[in-house]
Design a protein around this ligand. Structure first.
Ligand SMILES: [Zn+2]
Length: 336
């Protein structure tokens, strides 16, 4: 059947739709507008003047001539529970616009076309298409639920933001640790352990230095543990962990295991594998509402983004309360 609506992963059609909308250029990027609003804001007016990346979204598929000859399966896509990607998309946008050099670096992992489209769509305030771009280009189908209701396809992104976003960044944050077992008869003496995300746990004892820096050091440091191979009583020695593709432009630390009381202080600087990283943003979780939001900084001013609020981008004067930290985002400091 010749229907452009009959298949779900129609990335090509999405690309065409995106290209067809490349007809106007805004004089200022969204990032420049947000930055300008920070400087003009007075005490009374603490929010950005229009909504940015609102929760959910409806994506309408433009029916082509071919589609008229057959009954389309669906003509709209309704997005639900998009907060599992929204906060990170916002932070990714700010990082890319605020650091021109990162665009090329990220293109190596995410593809040049993806990065260019992503920035263009954000600047065009085409927020539903940005989310569709992420869902179709980066996520795998098993990461979300989809169902056809009458003439609309519903895509529900309910879940965990680390699964829906962080795990879809390819090898950007990949690290490897080599290991060797002391037992010559071990069934797998040499092993490489690759991790694509950075999940850090709170230290067991209160460390002398900053707990987050200690946890990061622990993640990267060499260690000696009992070998876990069957019938092996050897000791397995792990080397220093290193980034597979050099220090990434940014890192996302998964902070889900940390309690609020362990996080009274979040460091602005972090040393990671002999590189200096600076705090750029964080994602936050509201347990009662099962809802994610995000905070990020531009020129040292902190903003809180929450797609469900009507004023969804507001200037922060103090850290948001009653929210759990889901992640911390650090960007690589320039070598200068
Ligand atoms: Zn062994």
């Amino acid at each position: 059947m010749e229907s452009r609506f009959s298949v779900l992963n129609d990335t090509e059609d999405l690309q065409t739709d995106i290209e067809n909308t490349l007809h106007f250029e805004r004089s200022k990027t969204l990032f420049e507008e947000i930055r300008a609003s920070l400087n003009n804001n007075d005490e009374e007016d603490r929010s950005f003047w229009r909504p940015v990346l609102p929760w959910g979204g409806v994506f309408t598929i433009k029916a082509g001539r071919k589609a008229l000859s057959c009954i389309p399966l669906y003509v709209q896509i309704h997005l639900k529970n998009t907060c599992t990607i929204d906060g990170f998309l916002m932070i990714l946008y700010v990082i890319l616009r605020d650091n021109q050099g990162f665009r090329r670096e990220l293109a190596v992992f995410l593809g040049k076309q993806f990065v260019e489209h992503f920035l263009y769509l954000m600047d065009s305030c085409d927020y539903t298409t940005v989310k569709m771009l992420w869902i179709w280009n980066r996520m795998s189908k098993r990461q979300y639920r989809s169902e056809v209701h009458q003439a609309a396809l519903e895509i529900d992104l309910f879940g965990n933001e680390h699964e829906n976003f962080t795990e879809n960044l390819e090898n950007l944050m990949s690290t490897v640790q080599e290991s060797l077992c002391s037992n010559p008869n071990c069934p797998a003496r040499f092993q490489d352990f690759i991790k694509t995300t950075i999940h850090i746990s709170p230290p067991h004892e209160l460390p002398h230095k900053d707990p987050i820096q200690s946890a990061v050091d622990e993640f990267f440091c060499p260690k000696l543990v009992l070998c876990s191979e069957l019938r092996c009583d050897g000791l397995r020695e792990f080397s220093q962990r290193v980034f597979c593709h050099g220090p990434p432009a940014f890192v996302i630390l998964n902070m889900q295991q940390w309690k609020s009381e362990e996080l009274s202080y979040v460091p602005y600087h972090l040393d990671l594998c002999q590189h200096r990283y600076l705090l750029e943003g964080a994602t936050l979780f509201n347990k009662e509402e099962q809802h994610y939001s995000a905070a990020f900084q531009i020129d040292g001013c902190w903003m809180h983004y929450d797609g469900l609020r009507s004023d969804n981008l507001i200037l922060l004067h103090k850290p948001p309360e009653l929210l759990l930290l889901s992640s911390l985002v650090y960007i690589r400091a320039s070598d200068r």
